[in-house]
Ligand binder design. Structure first.
Ligand code: DAK
Length: 257
């Protein structure tokens, strides 16, 4: 069975990590599936947002320890690279991406959630970078993405103490945007995707890219990126339609052009 399921709920693509017996642990096949499904989503014109979630009681309990244990140094390097490619495939999507975390998001699982634009959690979610318990360090981008999301001190505490934090703590430190009851989590994430689907796709793609690229740039470079993107977006059919619709007191019909 495919370890990553893709389902279209109208304009929202839902990707589900689907190895519940292993708490959706990320083995090679799952990471490759994630990359393939992201490519598929990128090629599907009508998708306007993506939700990444996990089947059963975990989002993903980390990289697959049983598979990693037998790795030679070269295999270990290739595996880490594959995990980075999976994170990059999620991050490169032009549509907004939401991780819906209903259970364990540990190690590589937390890292895949961090590759999404933001995270929604259920009250049952648990986040952590427990690699130090195995004598390892985060290997799928955790050291770089976590610190940007929650700041250096929390990133260090989570990664160096190695104990999971609950949804309430994750919310308080800004790792998670919103917390929902377990039964409501996926529907709420999809609902946000539907809200996004009514906005201008050209504007969304540029706003997302500029925020992402600007985050790591000098502030003057970030401002220049914004000015350039604003000029491009202003010249789009969508922006003319959006402003016309406002002035004519009607809903806009965006075409993504
Ligand atoms: N890998 C493989 N199998 C896993 C797994 C994992 N990460 N997590 C859970 N499972 C499997 C369990 O072995 C068990 O399988 P069976 O025994 O039933 O066959 C099944 O899922 C259910 O798990 P439990 O029986 O343990 O369930 P519990 O409710 O008792 O405990 C738990 C849930 C999440 C607290 C526990 O399963 C746990 O502690 N899991 C491991 C969490 C963890 O340490 N995650 C971090 C993984 S390390 C690198 C590349 C990558 C990485 C680092 C470096 N380089 C190449 C440099 C990334 C590392 C990681 O992500």
């Amino acid at each position: 069975m495919d370890p990553v399921r893709l389902e279209l709920r109208g304009p929202v693509a839902v990707l589900t990590l689907d190895r519940p017996k292993a708490l959706n642990a990320l083995n090679r096949e799952t990471l490759e599936g994630l990359i393939a499904r992201c490519d598929e989503v990128a090629r599907t014109a009508d998708v306007r947002a993506l939700v990444l979630t996990g089947e059963g009681r975990a989002f993903a309990a980390g990289a697959d320890i049983a598979e990693m244990r037998g790795h030679s140094p070269a295999e270990s390097f290739a595996f880490s690279e594959l995990g980075h490619r999976a994170g990059a495939a999620i991050e490169a999507l032009s549509v907004p991406t939401i991780a819906a975390v209903g259970g364990y998001a540990l190690g590589g699982g937390c890292e895949m959630a961090l590759a999404c634009d933001w995270i929604y959690a259920s009250t049952r979610a648990r986040f952590g970078q427990p690699e130090v318990n195995l004598g390892l360090i985060p290997g799928f981008g955790g050291t770089s993405r976590l610190v940007r999301r929650v700041g250096v001190a929390w990133a260090k505490e989570i990664s160096l103490v190695g104990e999971p934090i609950d949804a309430e703590t994750a919310y308080r430190i800004g790792l998670v945007n919103r917390v929902f009851e377990p039964d409501a989590l996926l529907d709420e994430a999809v609902k946000t995707g539907e809200t996004i689907a009514a906005k201008g796709p050209v504007a969304l793609a540029h706003a997302k890219r500029v925020i992402q690229e600007g985050q790591d740039a000098d502030v003057r470079v970030a401002h220049a990126l914004e000015r350039a993107a604003f000029a491009v977006v202003s010249a789009s059919e969508d922006s003319n339609e959006g402003m016309d619709a406002f002035l004519e007191k009607r809903d806009p019909v965006f075409k993504g052009r």
